[in-house]
Design a protein around this ligand. Structure first.
Ligand SMILES: [Ca+2]
Ligand SMILES: [Cu+2]
Length: 323
């Protein structure tokens, strides 16, 4: 831990970014979902990371300056989606809709709906708006959108390992980003789902959907909302930890799997998938206990949703993964 890479570089302080010292930590978990296993040693060089997820106000500034139009705001090219029904090619995004009665939890289309004209400005679709939510995390951003934002901001997106090291807040191997209990002293530490998903949201944590950034206690590094609120994009192509981790060695600055192997074998279009981290306001004990640093899910690069956002990092020029 005392090597050069863990030393905070001398540079101008970056507003609302936090220095994460490099180091070795236990990535993944053997005690939860199979895709998190095996837990394995990873070392990561130090980097700066945004204290908060990118907000609607931040994203609006970017769009104002660059004229960026998000993937969800564009009509899809039929050539990219052979055989797709025309209604699937209109500008649209994937929105969570609470079903009125108990549904089969094995079919996520019981609560995910592809809504025409849903996008970051209208997160619930036509008639909704972000006017009163400038400080909420931006959602409905696909991989192209977050890459464009990071390039504009002069930052990078984190690898899964960088993100997980930052999320753990210095508590190596802990179950949660704040320790071993979901609700220490009865306190809610992140915006998740309480009640029976997806039909009953008792919002004991105070929030039904997204919360403004920074409403819950920060982790040990002073980072907010690493867990819950919205999932966050990382740069890693999705692959099982077991296919990449080497039992004998500590992996240095891992960057994930191969693009070709990241696809869902059941997806005829073969859309590659990135790893997303941190869980969201939709993670519930009865359905998806992914409000933990080790949790991970694959996310198709072309797909934006109402519970997925991002934050950026900045790597000192000398680190080997800088690209
Ligand atoms: Ca909540
Ligand atoms: Cu979840």
């Amino acid at each position: 831990m005392a090597d050069a890479q863990s030393t905070r570089p001398d540079s101008q302080p970056v507003p609302d970014m936090v220095w994460i010292p490099g180091g070795t930590f236990l990535m993944g978990s053997d005690h939860h979902y199979p895709e998190e296993a095996p837990a394995h040693q990873v070392s990561v060089d130090g980097f700066w990371i945004d204290r908060y997820t990118v907000t609607n106000a931040d994203f609006a500034r970017f769009v104002h300056k660059t004229g960026h139009r998000t993937v969800a705001e564009r009509a899809a090219d039929p050539a990219d989606y052979p055989g797709a029904k025309p209604e699937m090619l209109v500008p649209a995004s994937t929105v969570f809709r609470q079903p009125p009665h108990r549904v089969d939890l094995r079919n996520h289309y019981n609560w995910w709906t592809y809504v025409p004209a849903a996008n970051w400005r209208c997160p619930q679709g036509p008639g909704s708006s972000i006017r009163k939510r400038p400080d909420h995390p931006v959602v409905h951003v696909a991989w192209d959108d977050v890459q464009a934002y990071a390039a504009w901001a002069g930052k990078h997106l984190p690898t899964e390992a960088e993100w997980e090291l930052a999320c753990r807040g210095g508590l190596d191997g802990a179950e949660f980003a704040w320790g071993e209990e979901l609700n220490p002293g009865g306190r809610w530490m992140a915006n998740t789902w309480q009640g029976e998903f997806p039909i009953q949201n008792t919002k004991q944590d105070g929030y039904q959907g997204t919360a403004p950034v920074g409403c819950f206690p920060p982790n040990g590094f002073g980072l907010y909302d690493m867990i819950g609120n919205v999932w966050e994009w990382t740069t890693d192509w999705y692959q099982a930890h077991g296919e990449l981790a080497d039992a004998c060695c500590t992996m240095a600055n891992p960057r994930g799997g191969a693009r070709q192997q990241s696809m869902d074998p059941n997806d005829p279009l073969g859309i590659p998938r990135k790893v997303m981290k941190g869980g969201s306001h939709l993670c519930a004990p009865n359905y998806c206990r992914r409000y933990r640093p080790a949790a991970r899910m694959p996310q198709a690069v072309d797909t934006a949703t109402s519970h997925l956002g991002f934050r950026c990092i900045l790597r000192p020029a000398r680190t080997s993964v800088d690209a």
